[in-house]
Design a protein around this ligand. Structure first.
Ligand SMILES: C[S@@+](CC[C@H](N)C(=O)[O-])C[C@H]1O[C@@H](n2cnc3c(N)ncnc32)[C@H](O)[C@@H]1O
Length: 216
């Protein structure tokens, strides 16, 4: 499949998509698994919550969120990758209240009912900035008033201040859009897009953040 944004690294394809979870587990020596569990715990998900997971990948996150929603809430995963979608459906097959949609998150869409929570994990940094603003508009339009946008992604920092060894890794594995993402003030951008009442949690020496923002 040809990429929508050729310079993006979040349009995961081929081998990387097929073995996405396994590769993350191996290269992080299991640390990623503990991190993602703790990040999803920090979302404080309630049993009846209706959650939209944008760029949902393999469904690993949806399965973890289902531990909190149980069978009373609902989770919709959206992604464009056929490989990721197949894994999502396999991984979440046991849950009647978890569904998958093959849908681009960067073009306008309106779901039947607005959601309590929109979750986006390591996707937004991989888009050109003008596209990120379109994604934010989609999130705003598909949230209930008072609903939460939970953005799990790189936090705000100056690349030049990053220790050399981390900077080399970051520049090797991440795309040019990520370099620009980390230097932006996301609380300000979200405030301008109609969000407020921020709450944040950090991991990995504060290079990764869960930023929770309420729709005003
Ligand atoms: C880096 S992976 C993260 C997957 C998952 N959120 C996680 O944390 O494990 C990025 C995901 O975003 C999806 N994606 C990229 N561009 C997209 C788009 N325009 N619309 C929907 N999904 C997209 C990819 O297919 C991939 O599954």
């Amino acid at each position: 499949m040809t990429k929508i944004y050729p310079d993006s690294h979040v349009e995961v394809q081929g081998f990387s998509a097929r073995y996405y979870d396994l590769v993350l587990t191996i290269i992080s020596a299991g640390v990623y698994n503990k991190f993602i569990k703790s990040a999803i715990a920090a979302m404080n998900i309630q049993p009846d919550e209706h959650i939209l997971d944008l760029g949902c990948g393999t469904g690993r996150n949806a399965c973890l969120m289902h531990e909190y929603t149980g069978d009373t809430g609902h989770i919709t995963g959206m992604d464009i990758s056929e490989e990721m979608g197949n894994q999502f459906k396999r991984n979440c097959a046991a849950f009647n209240n978890v569904e998958y949609r093959n849908q681009r998150v960067d073009i306008p869409f309106t779901e039947e009912k607005p959601f309590d929570t929109v979750f986006m994990s390591f996707v937004l940094h991989g888009f050109p900035h003008e596209v990120r603003l379109k994604v934010l508009q989609n999130i705003f339009n598909n949230l209930k008033p008072g609903g939460r946008f939970c953005l799990l992604d790189f936090s705000q920092f100056k690349l030049k201040d990053m220790p050399f060894q981390y900077r080399v890794l970051f520049k090797t594995f991440e795309c040019k859009y990520a370099f620009d993402f980390v230097e932006r003030d996301w609380k300000q951008i979200l405030a301008e897009a109609g969000f407020g009442n921020f709450n944040e949690h950090f991991w990995f020496k504060k290079y990764v953040r869960l930023l929770i923002a309420e729709k005003k």
